[in-house]
Design a protein around this ligand. Structure first.
Ligand SMILES: [Cu+2]
Length: 178
C-alpha cells in the first residue's frame, strides 16, 4: 500500500506545480529594475534609467518623484537633422504586457540635488506615477552609482545640458542654484 500512496502524493504535487503558474492572470504593472548615475561634478544632474513591466492594461507613466531630491524630470534624447538634443517628456506609454525602458541614448530621468544621506545609502527611493487606478504610485529604490569617466558617460556626458539647465534655473531658481 505504501508505495502507491507515495506515488499518488507525487502525482498531486506535480499537478499543483503545473497549476501554480498564474495561468490567465498575467503579470502586474511594476517597476522591475533601475539605477542612477551621479553627475561628473556635484553641480551637474544625475541621470536615471529604469525598466517598467506593463500590466494587463496599457497605461502611461506621467511622473517620477523623489522626496530626497530637489527635482526630477523625464527627458528624451531625440536626433533631429543629425543633432541629438533633449526634450522634456511629459508622459510615456507602457503597453499592455509590454515594457517601457528608460535607457542611455533614449528616455531618461534627470535628477538634481540628491540628498547626501541617499547618496551615502547608495539608493534613492522614487515614486512612479501612472494613469491607471487614479494615478497609481509604485515605489521603487533606484541604486545610485558613482559618476562614470567622462569618456564612458556616453551620449549623455558628451551632451551639454547648458540650455536646458538655464531654462530650469529660470523656472526654479532656488532649486537650480547651489
Ligand atoms: Cu536629459
Amino acid at each position: 500500500m505504501k508505495p502507491f500512496a507515495i506515488l499518488a502524493l507525487a502525482a498531486t504535487a506535480l499537478t499543483l506545480t503545473a497549476c501554480g503558474e498564474n495561468l490567465g492572470k498575467g503579470q502586474p504593472l511594476n517597476v522591475v529594475s533601475g539605477h542612477i548615475v551621479m553627475g561628473a561634478t556635484p553641480d551637474r544632474p544625475a541621470v536615471g534609467y529604469f525598466r517598467v513591466q506593463g500590466g494587463p492594461q496599457p497605461v502611461q507613466l506621467v511622473a517620477v518623484t523623489a522626496d530626497l531630491a530637489q527635482r526630477v524630470e523625464m527627458h528624451e534624447s531625440v536626433k533631429e537633422n543629425g543633432v541629438v538634443t533633449m526634450k522634456p517628456l511629459l508622459r510615456a506609454d507602457v503597453p499592455a504586457k509590454g515594457e517601457l525602458v528608460f535607457k542611455q541614448g533614449g528616455k531618461h530621468l534627470m535628477i538634481w540635488g540628491i540628498n547626501g544621506a541617499a547618496v551615502r545609502a547608495g539608493k534613492l527611493p522614487m515614486a512612479f506615477v501612472f494613469t491607471n487606478n487614479n494615478n497609481e504610485r509604485i515605489l521603487f529604490d533606484l541604486v545610485i552609482k558613482p559618476a562614470e569617466g567622462a569618456a564612458a558617460e556616453g551620449d549623455h556626458g558628451a551632451m551639454d545640458h547648458g540650455s536646458m539647465e538655464k531654462d530650469a534655473e529660470k523656472a526654479a531658481p532656488d532649486a537650480a542654484k547651489k
